[in-house]
Design a protein. Structure first.
Length: 197
């Protein structure tokens, strides 16, 4: 299942569309272009954390944990401040956020200003979702929006690649191991490199 499908089923794309006064299809198109860069930023953070991917789990909590996802999904307008904090942490500079939005605009034809507003909200959803899954949320039933196949989820972030069967589970490292070979960093490095070009 594509990440945009999962976010749509959770109500995330509709919430972002409502917040930004955009159509859900615009948000879905923008999300497909922006999400790989967000994951690329998390990849860089995983490398920088003591303990690698395990250390990233602690960082997710510091950034706001699963509560960030709840904020975007709530009926109230989302304050993007914490999303901008996430972007500052994973990208290191507002210039990177602007570049990511501009690149996504050239790919999609959407207004760069819309994509720039969308970016912190997507960052909040990804952070919250990863934190919820890493925190050991009860597995959902097969095919539900909160699918427990995290490898498949993150594979969807990078153009619909699917994880090997059974690649879900095993914490954050398994979540980021897109090809199920037990080594997640090789997958993330290769895919994030594509996203950040």
């Amino acid at each position: 299942m594509q990440i945009t499908d999962i976010l749509a089923q959770m109500g995330g794309l509709q919430s972002v569309a409502n917040d930004l006064g955009a159509s859900e299809s615009e948000v879905a198109t923008g999300a497909e272009a922006l999400l790989p860069a967000i994951l690329g930023g998390f990849k860089q953070q995983a490398q920088a954390q003591p303990g690698g991917l395990d250390g990233l789990g602690g960082l997710l909590g510091q950034l706001g944990g699963s509560g960030l996802l709840d904020q975007v999904l709530s009926p109230q307008r989302t304050d993007p401040t914490q999303g901008n904090d996430v972007l500052g942490q994973i990208f290191g500079s507002p210039d990177v956020s602007r570049t990511v939005a501009q690149n996504a605009a050239s790919q999609t034809g959407l207004d760069p200003s819309l994509l720039k507003k969308m970016l912190p909200l997507l960052a909040m959803m990804v952070t919250g979702y990863m934190a919820r899954q890493q925190g050991g949320a009860a597995p959902a039933t097969a095919g539900s929006p909160m699918d427990s196949d995290l490898g498949g989820l993150l594979g969807g972030l990078f153009g619909g690649r699917q994880a090997a069967p059974g690649a879900g589970g095993g914490g954050l490292a398994a979540m980021l191991d897109l090809n199920g070979d037990g080594n997640s960093l090789d997958d993330i490095l290769r895919l994030a490199g594509k996203a950040m070009r």
